[in-house]
Design a protein around this ligand. Structure first.
Ligand code: GRE
Ligand code: ZN
Length: 316
C-alpha cells in the first residue's frame, strides 16, 4: 500500500503552552491530553487509521501571540524538542517549524535553521501575528526565505483577536463557543489571509512560494469564480486571482471530509495540489482515511492525495 502522510497533525509542547494559560481554549481534557501525547495513544490512533507518517505542527496559540524576544527564545527550544521527537521515530513523524513571526528577520533565520539543521519540511503559522497579517511588508523576509529554501508555509487558523471576536461573534459565543473557531471564524480569518497574500503583491514578489491551506481551502475554492469576476482585472503578471491561487497554494483535507467540498477543490486547483491531512486530535484518523477510501476517485488519484503530492511538496 502507498505510504499515507498526514500533514496537519497537532501536538503541544508543555513549555510553550505554559505561556498561554490565561487564554480561553475551551478544549476538552481528552483533546488537551492527546495534544501532549507523542507516544502510545497517538501511534495507536495512527495505526487504527492507517496513517503512516504525521507531519507534526504545534497547535495554536503559538509563537505568533508572544512578544518578539519571548517568541525567538521559545521557537528555538520548541523546534529543538520537536526535532528530538522526530528523531526518536523518523519512520512515523516529520516536523513543521514554529516561527517567531513577531521578529521577522529572526523568524527567517529560524526557518532556515529548522530546514537545514533540523530536517523539518516547512513551517506553520497559526493565525495573525499579534493582529498583523503575514502578507504585510515587515514579514516579507520570512516569505523570501521560504521561497529560497523551497519549503511551504502552512497558513493555519487561530482564534480571532478580541476586537474581531467582539464585533463578529461574542454575542453568540456563550451559546456556540465553536463559532469564532472551527465552525466559521477560522475559515473567515484564514481565507482572508489567503486572499490578502495574492492581492498584497506578496506572491508577485515571491512567485515560487508555496502556501498551504487546510480544511479544503477555507472556502476559497467555492468562491474562486466570484473573486475573479468581481475583481474584474488581472492581479499582476497578467494573471487572474485564480491563476495565482492555482500557482501558489496547496489545499489539504484536514477536518473537512466532505465529498462535495473535495470535488469542488479538485475541480478548481487540480488533483496534484490536494494533500491528505486529518487535523488530529481535532478529527479522527480512521474517519479521515475511511472517508477518502470511499470516494469515487481512482486509486491513482487517491494515492496522489494520500502521499505522493506530499512527498513532492515536502521533498520526502
Ligand atoms: C483548535 O482549537 O485549534 C481546533 C479546534 C477544532 C478543530 C481544529 C482546530 O478547536 O485546529
Ligand atoms: Zn489544525
Amino acid at each position: 500500500a502507498p505510504v499515507t502522510i498526514a500533514i496537519e497533525e497537532h501536538y503541544n509542547d508543555p513549555n510553550l503552552v505554559a505561556h498561554f494559560t490565561g487564554l480561553d481554549l475551551r478544549r476538552p481534557p481528552t483533546i488537551a491530553s492527546k495534544l501532549l501525547d507523542l507516544g502510545e495513544t497517538r501511534l495507536r490512533e495512527m495505526d487504527e487509521g492507517g496513517v503512516d507518517i504525521q507531519v507534526l505542527s504545534h497547535a495554536g496559540p503559538t509563537t505568533q501571540k508572544l512578544d518578539p524576544d519571548t517568541a525567538v527564545r521559545m521557537a528555538k527550544v520548541t523546534n529543538d524538542r520537536l526535532a528530538e521527537t522526530v528523531a526518536g521515530k523518523p519512520d512515523r513523524f516529520a516536523g513543521f517549524a514554529v516561527l517567531p513571526t513577531p521578529a521577522p528577520e529572526a523568524a527567517a533565520d529560524e526557518l532556515e535553521r529548522c530546514i537545514t539543521d533540523l530536517g523539518f519540511k516547512g513551517a506553520v503559522v497559526n493565525g495573525l501575528t499579534n493582529g498583523k497579517f503575514l502578507d504585510e511588508r515587515p514579514f516579507w523576509p520570512i516569505l523570501a526565505r521560504a521561497e529560497k529554501l523551497g519549503v511551504p508555509i502552512y497558513l493555519h487558523p487561530a482564534l480571532p483577536s478580541p476586537e474581531v471576536s467582539k464585533v463578529y461573534y461574542d454575542d453568540l459565543s456563550g451559546q456556540y463557543p465553536e463559532l469564532r473557531g472551527p465552525v466559521w471564524g477560522f475559515a473567515a480569518e484564514t481565507g482572508t489571509q489567503a486572499v490578502r497574500m495574492v492581492l498584497s503583491g506578496a506572491l508577485a514578489e515571491f512567485p515560487n512560494l508555496q502556501l498551504v491551506l487546510g480544511h479544503l481551502g477555507e472556502a476559497i475554492p467555492f468562491m474562486l469564480w466570484r473573486i475573479d469576476d468581481l475583481l474584474a482585472r488581472p492581479v499582476y503578471d497578467g494573471m487572474r486571482f485564480s491563476d495565482v491561487f492555482r500557482r501558489n497554494f496547496h489545499l489539504t483535507t484536514s477536518g473537512n471530509f466532505s465529498d462535495t467540498a473535495l470535488a469542488c477543490s479538485i475541480a478548481e486547483v487540480g488533483i496534484d495540489r490536494i494533500l491528505f491531512a486529518v487535523d488530529w486530535p481535532f478529527a479522527s484518523n480512521k474517519a479521515a482515511t475511511d472517508w477518502l477510501k470511499q470516494t469515487s476517485l481512482s486509486d491513482a488519484d487517491k494515492a496522489k492525495i494520500l502521499g505522493e503530492n506530499a512527498r513532492r511538496l515536502l521533498k520526502m
